[in-house]
Design a protein around this ligand. Structure first.
Ligand SMILES: [Zn+2]
Length: 655
């Protein structure tokens, strides 16, 4: 017997978005309703489509991860299989990225045929009972589901499900067969892992978010029920203990009892995102409350200034509260993306601006940092302090995941590049939402909005969002068409914008301007074509101090401007001084605009006092070095000019 779930929203969009809950405070607007047209993110979306997607496909082919499916279809595995146990998932993430890209472009014949050719290769590898994985289940390979701790079979399926969901939402009813591949695999795991099946979970959470969204797309509640079983089982010691401890895969404490995210940072956030989906669909207020608490504590105590998460290299994991060393920041790109996934789901449920603020922080300082300007090399880990210049990553070599100070074209574990690709391709879905009262703007980008507001007084709403943010702090929303009844337009005022002003310039009438506080600024009125709502705020640079409990950076400050975190990079210092350890900043000397997003600060290079033993009753604290003016640039733009050293947190001359 099967039951179905269905969407109760009166919103009429196609739901061309990664997350479409059936209930919640906000309804996401899809890629058919919001298009990013110009500026910071439009540039990155163009590079993603023209350079990153072909780059990822090239490497999937070159490394044999696509060919693994051909070998599976030919029945010759395990001979010739290449890549790690989770290599299949990168193919699925690539398919998801292409599906969103096709939705973003409104179709593209060449890309469509590339998409279909990859789906065909996956389809050929699927077994009669729905099983699909190139690493397990054949003679000479491990048995199916025999290594749940490390095998990643369910993890890979989670990415398959997300790819199929992206395809169905951007090309409803497409005849490529991807949705069928996904549902056959989902049906199989409902049997294998259901109430009477294997009472365990995958070592890497991810199948939960995939199952939840597959349930939303198909209306099949069994998929949601299975996701719920996975969420509830974890934390009860169903997986074997490992060298990093069960916290590594969040199997140490049941999710309802956990106080913060812990263990592997990507796993923890994927799990929390999936649990949020289940809590929302089941109206499970207890689970939601636990997740909100975990988000709060993780942001307050376990997150870098960049929004990055994870301060242990060895297990890619969260540290203890306030254990956030700059030079050992792991801050995996995927952990940032996973944190956006968790935050976005809570934002849709709660309409709490803090989630949107955090998403912006991660977008500008983790997601924008990972890919090179050319879109063909990536950071896997995102350190906040590069002590030595490191070596360049050759453009045609696979890199260990976190060993270089420069971006690398591909990794032996290459989760991050396709994760960036799917995020950038679907980014328009994170810009705005609607409810029965109006439209909410969460992220700033020049964009067009064309949607239908639900509710009794709803109707078509079209508008143009215009901004050159983050260069300036002016965001204009020009109304092109609005319902005849009053609707509310809400625009996020960032947490640091304490002097924001909102003006309403009706097409016919006098301007009104009012001061607005951080949060959502609401304008409720009957809008007419030509009305302009404009939010403006000061983008003056800010000197940011850490909580003293983040003791690794005590006595240091960072510079931020708008959503962007800045850094000192050796190539900007006189003589290319690579020893940033002795650099100090005089925060009282001011931070000035230097044009093109760059700033100038007053630095001083304290003379090194080389000693045989680097500890003493007193070190030479000579403060007579001459200050000099140096240029600093946004952190996301570092490491584009050859090997360099860099730091975000700079000790002050007072320390
Ligand atoms: Zn990754």
């Amino acid at each position: 017997m099967s039951t179905t779930i269905s969407n109760t929203s009166t919103h009429t969009g196609l739901g061309m978005a990664p997350v479409v809950p059936t209930t919640g405070a906000l309804t996401p607007l899809g890629l058919d309703e919001v298009r990013i047209t110009d500026g910071f993110w439009a540039d990155r979306q163009r590079v993603n489509g023209s350079a990153t997607l072909p780059h990822v496909e090239h490497w999937l082919e070159r490394e044999g991860w696509l060919r693994n499916f051909d070998l599976a279809a030919a029945g010759t595995l395990p001979e010739g299989r290449r890549g790690r146990e989770f290599a299949d998932s990168e193919v699925y993430k690539y398919l998801e990225a292409v599906a969103w890209e096709l939705g973003r472009l409104g179709g593209d014949d060449a890309l469509e045929s590339r998409f279909r050719s990859v789906v065909d290769r996956v389809a050929a590898a699927q077994e009669a009972d729905g099983y699909v994985n190139t690493r397990f289940g054949r003679p000479g390979q491990g048995e199916r589901w025999s290594d749940l701790e490390w095998g990643h079979e369910l993890y890979c399926l989670g990415h398959l499900f997300q790819a199929a969901v992206a395809r169905e939402r951007t090309s409803p009813g497409a005849d490529d067969g991807l949705l069928g591949i996904a549902t056959r695999a989902a049906d199989l795991i409902c049997e294998v892992f259901g109430t009477d099946g294997i009472q365990s979970v995958c070592g890497h959470a991810e199948v939960e978010v995939g199952l939840a969204e597959l349930a939303r797309v198909t209306g099949e509640s069994r998929y949601l029920d299975l996701a719920s079983l996975f969420v509830e089982r974890r934390g009860t010691g169903v997986l074997a203990d490992i060298e990093y401890g069960r916290a590594y895969f969040q199997d140490d404490v049941p999710i309802r009892e956990a106080e913060a995210l812990r263990g592997h940072a990507v796993r923890a956030n994927y799990l929390a995102a999936g649990a949020t989906d289940i809590a929302v669909e089941h109206g499970d207020t207890g689970l939601l409350e636990a997740l909100r608490g975990q988000w709060d504590r993780t942001i307050a105590r376990r997150t870098y200034l960049t929004g990055g998460q994870g301060s242990h290299h060895q297990d890619e994991a969260f540290g203890e509260d306030f254990e956030l060393p700059s030079d050992r920041a792991y801050s995996e790109t995927c952990a940032g993306i996973a944190s956006i996934m968790f935050s976005w789901r809570l934002l849709l449920e709660d309409r709490d601006v803090r989630y949107a603020d955090h998403i912006e922080r991660v977008l500008y300082n983790v997601v924008a940092t990972s890919p090179s300007a050319a879109g063909t090399a990536f950071f896997y880990a995102n350190t906040l302090h590069q002590r030595t210049p490191g070596e360049s990553s050759p453009a045609d070599e696979v890199s260990p995941r976190a060993s270089s100070s420069e971006r690398a074209p591909w990794f032996d574990v290459s989760c991050c590049p396709p994760n960036v690709a799917r995020t950038l391709a679907s980014l328009a879905a994170f810009v705005a939402t609607s409810d029965d009262h109006g439209v909410q703007i969460h992220q700033f980008a020049s964009a067009t909005i064309d949607t239908t507001i639900g509710g009794a007084h709803g109707g078509r709403f079209r508008a143009e969002l215009v901004t050159d943010y983050p260069r300036s702090g002016v965001v204009s929303l020009r109304i092109l068409e609005a319902p005849r009844e009053a609707v509310t337009v809400s625009i996020r005022v960032p947490s640091w914008a304490d002097d924001a002003r909102l003006s309403v310039a009706p097409a016919d009438g006098a301007d009104e301007t009012l001061d607005v506080a951080p949060g959502y600024a609401d304008v409720a009125r009957v809008f007419a074509a030509g009305d302009v709502v404009e939010l403006s705020f000061d983008m003056r640079p800010r000197v940011t101090h850490p909580d003293p409990r983040v003791d690794a950076i005590r006595g240091a400050v960072a510079i931020e401007r708008g959503p962007e975190v800045y850094c000192v990079e050796s190539v900007d210092l006189p003589g290319g001084d690579e020893s940033l350890a002795h650099i100090e900043i005089d925060p009282d000397a001011g931070v000035e605009e230097a044009g093109d997003g760059r700033l100038t600060v007053a630095l001083r290079a304290r003379p090194d006092a080389d000693a045989a033993w680097p500890y003493a009753e007193r070190f030479d604290a000579s403060h007579d070095a001459e200050p000099f003016t140096a240029t600093i640039a946004p952190y996301h733009s570092w490491a584009e000019r050859g090997p360099s050293t860099m730091r975000v947190w700079i000790p002050t001359t007072r320390s």
